[in-house]
Write a protein that binds this ligand. Structure first.
Ligand SMILES: NC(=O)c1ccc[n+]([C@@H]2O[C@H](COP(=O)([O-])OP(=O)(O)OC[C@H]3O[C@@H](n4cnc5c(N)ncnc54)[C@H](O)[C@@H]3O)[C@@H](O)[C@H]2O)c1
Length: 285
């Protein structure tokens, strides 16, 4: 039996430019976690193709990347719409032929509908914003990645897909499905040089999830809310995405990493008799 040769491990030419010369598509890449990913990937040498529904957010991030000396392009799309996904793929593949990195990042827990009040329309809406486009966007790009000899796919879901989430079981189910799509696709695609991994965020301050407003008088309680003792920021998520997108993780595939300050490990949800609901940051119980 021969030992693995060092040449099996992709060399890192420049640790400050981990995605040098790569093409990366980031859905929802205009703001929040996606915005931080677009900026960090561009800083590391990637050409970033921002697929974003909000033109102001997309343009703000594109301009910030350009001002910092990076390269990014904007595609105004709603990833829930198959025609928009086809237009995105046509534009990106028409320009580059293939891509190296795909970050499926769009998702939303809103509006929260208690399961007992939910209906087929609310289930469909949760499906379209949290799961359907993971299939459609991935399929739109994966054939080119297979032809090109590989790539990395990073799927954002949620810690709520990795533990019981009392607030919205349908949302949690969609997120769990993204995690399992990730695991299964990784096994299918490994032989083509395509790695597929997932990130389950929690407790991260973004336009969608505002952990600060209304909690100004309770900042001192962060140690009881997150084992690492602080609020998370989009940059915390982007660093893990960079690891998974780059050759730093060349032997990692099929995994789902909670990026949550330890909330999954610590449990996280408490039933408050006074509030009479499940809360994840109790001021009092
Ligand atoms: N922030 C957290 O703590 C947290 C926790 C759990 C899971 N997540 C997941 O992480 C991902 C990113 O979350 P975030 O907090 O940064 O969200 P966000 O809403 O703050 O940002 C999402 C970005 O995607 C864009 N977008 C929304 N719908 C789109 C669509 N249909 N097509 C194209 N672009 C669209 C938005 O304009 C925005 O720029 C989501 O999948 C979310 O469910 C976040």
């Amino acid at each position: 039996m021969t030992s693995p040769q060092p040449s099996d491990v992709p060399p890192i030419a420049d640790w400050n430019r981990l995605l040098d010369g790569k093409v990366a598509v980031v859905t929802g890449g205009g703001d929040g976690i996606g915005g931080a990913i677009s900026r960090l990937f561009a800083q590391h040498g990637a050409t970033v193709e921002i697929a974003e529904i909000d033109s102001d957010r997309a343009e703000t991030t594109r301009a910030a990347i350009e001002a910092a000396g990076g390269t990014a392009f904007v595609h105004i799309v709603d990833v829930r719409k198959p025609d928009d996904v086809a237009r995105l793929a046509e534009a990106v593949l028409g320009k580059h032929g293939s891509i190296d990195v795909l970050v499926n990042n769009v998702g939303d827990f809103r509006p929260i509908v208690r399961f007992q009040d939910s209906n087929v329309e609310s289930w469909q809406a949760m499906y379209e914003i949290n799961l359907l486009h993971f299939f459609s966007v991935t399929q739109a790009f994966i054939n080119s990645m297979m032809r090109n000899g590989g790539g990395s796919i990073v799927n954002f879901h949620s810690v709520e897909g990795m533990r019981g989430y009392p607030g919205e079981p349908v949302y949690a189910s969609m997120k769990a499905a993204v995690g399992h799509f990730t695991t299964s696709l990784a096994v299918t695609m490994g032989r083509y040089g395509i790695r597929v991994n997932g990130i389950g965020p929690d407790l991260t301050q973004t336009p969608q999830v505002d952990y600060m407003t209304g909690y100004e008088d309770a900042e001192h309680l962060w140690p009881s809310w997150a084992p690492v003792g602080r609020l998370g920021w989009p940059e915390d998520q982007a660093r893990v995405a960079l690891f998974l997108a780059s050759d730093l993780s060349s032997y990692v595939t099929g995994h789902n990493i909670p990026v949550d300050g330890g909330s999954k490990a610590g449990g996280g949800w408490f039933y408050s008799p006074t509030a009479r609901r499940f809360v994840n940051r109790p001021k009092t119980l």
